[in-house]
Design a protein around this ligand. Structure first.
Ligand code: 2HA
Ligand code: ZN
Length: 275
C-alpha cells in the first residue's frame, strides 16, 4: 500500500490543513504527531527506506521504545502539507530504549522532525500511560485568542479553566479535567517538554503563555475538535472582555454542578471557586 493512501496519513494531512484554514499556522508555526498503530506500520513497512542514521531525540522516552510516529517537519509550513506531504512530513522509528530516532519515510527534500519533538514524544509517553494506550495524537497550534488571553488573565490552571468553561456550555463537557498553563519558556527543548508533559498527567490541554496550545486526543477528529472548542471559547471571552470588563451574567458554580449529573462528567471543585 502507498503511504499516502493510508487512512491515517490522509487523516493527518486533512487535520493539518484544517488547522491552517483556521489561521493557527502562520509561516512554520505549529506541529502535529501521531503514534502509528502496529497494523498500520505493517501495511506500509515495504515502503520504508533503509536509513541507518540514528539521531538523538534530546530526551528519553523508554515507554515509547520501538514505536513509529508520523510527524510534521521542522521549518515546514502547514499550508504546504496538503500540496506536498512527502516533503513536509515524516515517519520516524524510535530505538528500543527510546533515546534515538531515524527517519523511515518522507522529508524527501531533507530536513528534521518538528523542533518540538521532545514535547511531542514526552506528551505521548505520559498519555500512553495514563490513557492505557488510547491517546495517539498530539497537536500544537498558535491559537490567536488563547494566546491573547495569556496577556490579561493570571497564568493559573484554575482561572483559565473556569473562564473558558464559562464561555460556552459545551466546554466543561468537552474538557471536564480543565486546562493547564505553562508560563513563558524557551520553546523547542527538553525543559518546556518536561513542564508540558507534567501537565499532561492530568489535562488534555496545555497552554503555553504568549505562544500557543498543546492538545492530546484519541484520534484526529477528537484532538482537532478539542483545540477548536478551547480556541472558540477563548474567542468569545476576548469578544466579551472587549465589550465590557465585567460580565452582566454568566454560568455559575451551581449551574456547572447541575451539568455534572445530566452529562455524566466530574468537574473538580477547585475550578468552581467563588469569585
Ligand atoms: O515553529 O510552533 O513552537 C514551530 C513551532 C515552535
Ligand atoms: Zn509553536
Amino acid at each position: 500500500m502507498r503511504v499516502l493512501d493510508t487512512e491515517f496519513v490522509k487523516g493527518f494531512v486533512k487535520m493539518a490543513n484544517d488547522g491552517f484554514m483556521q489561521g493557527w499556522h502562520e509561516r512554520n508555526g505549529g506541529n502535529l504527531s501521531y503514534r502509528i498503530k502496529p497494523e498500520e506500520v505493517e501495511s506500509i513497512r515495504n515502503r520504508f527506506n533503509c536509513n541507518d542514521e540514528w539521531v538523538p531525540i534530546g530526551t528519553s522516552v523508554p515507554a515509547l521504545g520501538g514505536e513509529f510516529f508520523l510527524v510534521t517537519g521542522s521549518g515546514k509550513y502547514f499550508r504546504n502539507i496538503i500540496v506536498d506531504p512527502e516533503a513536509c512530513i515524516a515517519i520516524i522509528e524510535l530505538d528500543e530504549i527510546g533515546e534515538n530516532y531515524k527517519i523511515r519515510w518522507g522529508l524527501v527534500d531533507g530536513g528534521r522532525p518538528t523542533s518540538e519533538l521532545e514535547s511531542h514524544l514526552m506528551n505521548h509517553e505520559v498519555k500512553k500511560k495514563v490513557t492505557k494506550g488510547e491517546h495517539r495524537v498530539i497537536y500544537h497550534a498558535h491559537t490567536t485568542n488563547v494566546i491573547a488571553l495569556t496577556f490579561v488573565l493570571p497564568l493559573s490552571d484554575e482561572v483559565f479553566t473556569r473562564e473558558l468553561w464559562e464561555m460556552a456550555t459545551e466546554c466543561p463537557v468537552v474538557f471536564p479535567d480543565g486546562v493547564g498553563v505553562v508560563p513563558w519558556m524557551v520553546p523547542g527543548g527538553r525543559d518546556i517538554a518536561v513542564e508540558t508533559s507534567r501537565l499532561m498527567e492530568k489535562y488534555d490541554v496545555a497552554i503555553w503563555a504568549h505562544h500557543g496550545m498543546f492538545c492530546s486526543g484519541i484520534d484526529f477528529d477528537l484532538t482537532f475538535g478539542l483545540m477548536h472548542t478551547v480556541e472558540k471559547s477563548a474567542e468569545i471571552l476576548v469578544k466579551t472582555l472587549s465589550m465590557s470588563s465585567t460580565k452582566r451574567q454568566t454560568i455559575l458554580p451551581q449551574n456547572f454542578r447541575d451539568l455534572e449529573k445530566d452529562f455524566k462528567v466530574h468537574l473538580p471543585e477547585r475550578f468552581l471557586y467563588d469569585k
